[in-house]
Design a binder for this molecule. Structure first.
Ligand SMILES: CC(C)(COP(=O)(O)OP(=O)(O)OC[C@H]1O[C@@H](n2cnc3c(N)ncnc32)[C@H](O)[C@@H]1OP(=O)(O)O)[C@@H](O)C(=O)NCCC(=O)NCCS
Length: 106
């Protein structure tokens, strides 16, 4: 399932999320997109959208929340860490990685 959240009107920012089932964790929410219009940044709107995304994902049954962050994007890592989204597992201290490849359909 895919759903979106919007700041506005007029639209100043948005988030897009997908929910998927997982054999170990029940339902996991993935934040596919979070965007705030450049002239509106650094005023807390991105944080408000992220908190709304977390709340709405929970309301829809998700028990985990994920977002992909590139290693050099330390601004985004700091931003997400402020909302307790970390690339380090708090229990084991392990660093999370995602391995991926393209699939070519016949
Ligand atoms: C990330 C984003 C949604 C934050 O929105 P915002 O309204 O500025 O968020 P807030 O005001 O709540 O927080 C500002 C923080 O976001 C940080 N940030 C994270 N990613 C950023 C980015 N790609 N560009 C600019 N700032 C970013 C800022 O550095 C700032 O943190 P700081 O005060 O510690 O320097 C916004 O910067 C954006 O739309 N960026 C482009 C799209 C993007 O990179 N999305 C996330 C991909 S993982």
């Amino acid at each position: 399932m895919t759903f979106g959240i919007v700041a506005g009107p007029p639209t100043k920012g948005l988030g897009l999320l997908t929910l998927r089932t997982n054999v170990w964790s029940g339902t996991i929410a993935l934040l596919d997109e979070l965007y705030v219009e450049p002239t509106r940044r650094s005023a807390g709107l991105g944080s408000d959208l992220l908190e709304l995304a977390l709340e709405e994902a929970g309301r829809r049954g998700a028990t985990e929340f994920e977002v992909e962050v590139d290693e050099p994007d330390t601004d985004a890592q700091r931003f997400y860490a402020r909302h307790s989204l970390s690339v380090i597992d708090p229990e084991s201290g392990d660093h999370a990685f995602i391995a991926r490849r393209q699939i070519t359909n016949p």
